[in-house]
Design a protein around this ligand. Structure first.
Ligand code: MN9
Length: 296
């Protein structure tokens, strides 16, 4: 059974100005992330703008990532889509191209828990790959209790959850049941790992992968004070970034670091020139002043 664990950047999908996939930049980003020793990547999630792209383009992105990932890294493809048949199509595609696992957002719209569970059952039964369910109560949705999450985890092929919440008691109960749990809020990764998470999936891992890899390693050897210090450092970057439209800001910073990621897709928006200047000013006064972001 594949062991799913560690630091998985929720990979940014680079586009050109027209919104088409930029494979060159994607390859460069992957190279940088793997050089930093991340354990794998999470493809076309919320961060990777999966639901804002066509199914055809998502397949191109997944193929590029799978083709450019060493065999010993875990590629998890987010297959949630506008309809179940597209999600199943993306799951099959991921399996054909060698993904280690898949994950899916709940179906978009307003559904009961029974309906969401039926969606996950149908998706899980369509594939042999391990599936990670998506838990993010701040985004609304029908999944809220530990009992519901355990019911989903009991479905065939469902291995666990991407857990984007601050209730680490819930996280610990899920871990005790044997589920695989990935922490979803980057600013509290250290806390999630303390309460038993197997790893983390996050947007900011694209920018400072070596810090997240270090934090994970520190927690695995019980260096909690050091891990907390690493988290504090990471959080300086997160706190500044969250003052701006987050995904536009991350793409802008990746651009400054030498990887052109182009535009974000509507309804998201890029930073204005004033916002970009202000972001750069704030970074220049932070511990990240000498880091990659100041290169532009
Ligand atoms: O994938 C991300 N969650 C979403 C994980 O994009 C919904 C996190 O990395 C957050 O963006 C981050 C900021 O709150 O923790």
């Amino acid at each position: 059974m594949t062991q799913l664990h560690g630091i998985l950047p929720a990979l940014i999908t680079p586009f050109d100005e027209a919104g088409n996939f930029n494979a060159k930049s994607c390859e460069r980003l992957l190279e940088r992330l793997y050089d930093a020793d991340v354990h794998g990547v999470y493809v076309c999630g919320t961060t990777g703008e999966g639901l804002l792209q066509t199914v055809a383009q998502r397949k191109t992105v997944a193929e590029c990532v799978l083709h450019n990932s060493p065999k010993d890294r875990q590629v998890m493809v987010q297959v949630g889509a506008a309809c179940l048949s597209e999600a199943i199509e993306l799951a099959r595609h991921a399996a054909q191209h060698g993904a280690a696992s898949i994950s899916s957002l709940p179906p978009a719209g307003f559904y009961s828990f029974a309906e969401v569970a039926a969606y996950y059952r149908a998706l899980a039964e369509s594939t042999d790959l391990p599936l990670l369910v998506y838990f993010m109560p701040a985004g609304g949705g029908a999944i809220s209790t530990v009992a519901q999450m355990l019911e989903l985890c009991a479905l065939p092929n469902v291995r666990g959850l991407k857990f984007t919440d601050h209730d680490f008691y819930k996280l610990s109960l899920l871990k005790e049941s044997g589920a695989t749990v990935f922490n979803g809020y980057d600013e509290v990764l250290c806390a999630g790992l303390l309460m038993g998470a197997d790893g983390g999936i996050g947007s900011f891992y694209n920018l400072v992968p070596e810090l997240f890899v270090r934090l994970y390693a520190q927690t695995q050897t019980g260096q909690w004070a050091e891990a907390r210090a690493t988290q504090r450092r990471i959080n300086e970057l997160i706190t500044i970034t969250l003052r701006f439209p987050m995904f536009g800001a991350i793409k802008t910073m990746l651009g400054w670091s030498g990887i052109d990621c182009g535009t974000v897709l509507p309804p998201r928006r890029n930073l204005t020139a004033d916002e970009a200047r202000e972001l750069q000013r704030q970074l220049s006064q932070s511990v990240f002043a000498d880091a990659v972001f100041a290169r532009s």
